[in-house]
Design a protein around this ligand. Structure first.
Ligand code: ZN
Length: 285
């Protein structure tokens, strides 16, 4: 059974296609943990609980709920650079022979409507498909990789370009890990919900102006390749996130960086939309 998984005020929730949410612990009669991370480790129970929401009374609508990051504290958050040809071209970088992988430290994660607190002088957006590992493993072959994906969500790999390139070689990890620089959500959609999880339209708008648009079928290193590559080096764990890379149109290419008050709207078809407002650190939320 397909599911849409959310974090509503720190509790695991299931969401239907009308945006109504159901507390996962309540709707599963206590089987699924209220804690979103613990609930994610009960993937089979989530699929079963999703069957029950059609008959259940909703707890509310996500349009007026406070959503946290659906996966709030994964063990690892991987990200991939230069994974769309046109983005590699605009960055004037050669497409690498193997995936360029860096870390977003899990402390940077934020919810789908949380503020992005600008930390640098050249802060940038990067709309990305985010893979959520459902079944961990090591040495996963490409042909098995989708079976290890529990779901997909929308992500923003917010990047402080000044910090990123302050060191040589560049330290991607720090430049992309300021607090709030990893919004994800609004929901994690189980992989079995998609006709083709490898071909989804991804768009990003800043203040309503379209800046990025591509399909995930244009990834240079696709999801199975990334999972196989990573899992042959280290053990993937349920809840681990993989930010799969951003298409062309980032602010750095046109020197249009994020400013106070800007609203970043990020959408992936079949998953949903995040809207994150940028603000300076000294301003109230
Ligand atoms: Zn990125």
């Amino acid at each position: 059974m397909t599911f849409r998984f959310a974090n509503i005020e720190g509790r695991a929730a299931l969401v239907d296609y009308d945006g109504r949410w159901f507390d996962a612990e309540r709707v599963s009669s206590g089987v699924v943990s209220a804690d979103p991370m613990e609930a994610w480790f009960q993937l089979d129970d989530l699929h079963v609980a999703a069957r029950k929401i059609a008959e259940a009374r909703p707890d509310g609508n996500i349009s007026v709920a406070v959503l946290g990051p659906p996966i709030p504290s994964p063990r690892s958050v991987f990200a991939v650079g230069l994974n769309y040809q046109a983005h590699a071209d605009e960055a004037k970088m050669k497409v690498p022979d193997v995936p360029v992988v860096f870390t977003k430290f899990p402390s940077c994660l934020a919810g789908p409507t949380d503020a992005v607190v600008l930390g640098g002088s050249a802060d940038d957006y990067e709309a990305e498909l985010v893979v959520v590992i459902g079944v961990g493993g090591r040495g996963i072959p490409r042909e098995d990789a989708w079976h290890h994906v529990g779901g997909l969500t929308v992500g923003q790999d917010i990047s402080d370009r000044a910090l990123q390139f302050a060191a040589e070689p560049a330290h991607f990890d720090l430049g992309k890990s300021r607090d709030t620089y990893g919004p994800i959500g609004p929901v994690v959609v189980s992989t079995d919900s998609f006709a083709d999880p490898a071909d989804l339209l991804l768009t990003c708008q800043v203040n309503g102006e379209r800046r990025q648009e591509d399909r995930t079928s244009n990834l240079i290193f696709d999801v199975p390749t990334l999972i196989s590559y990573l899992s042959n080096i280290l053990t993937l764990t349920p809840g681990d996130l993989i930010f799969t890379g951003t298409p062309e149109g980032v602010g750095a290419a046109s020197f249009r960086f994020l400013a106070d008050g800007d609203v970043i709207t990020t959408t992936i078809e079949g998953i949903g939309t995040m809207a994150n407002r940028c603000r300076q650190p000294d301003q109230p939320a």
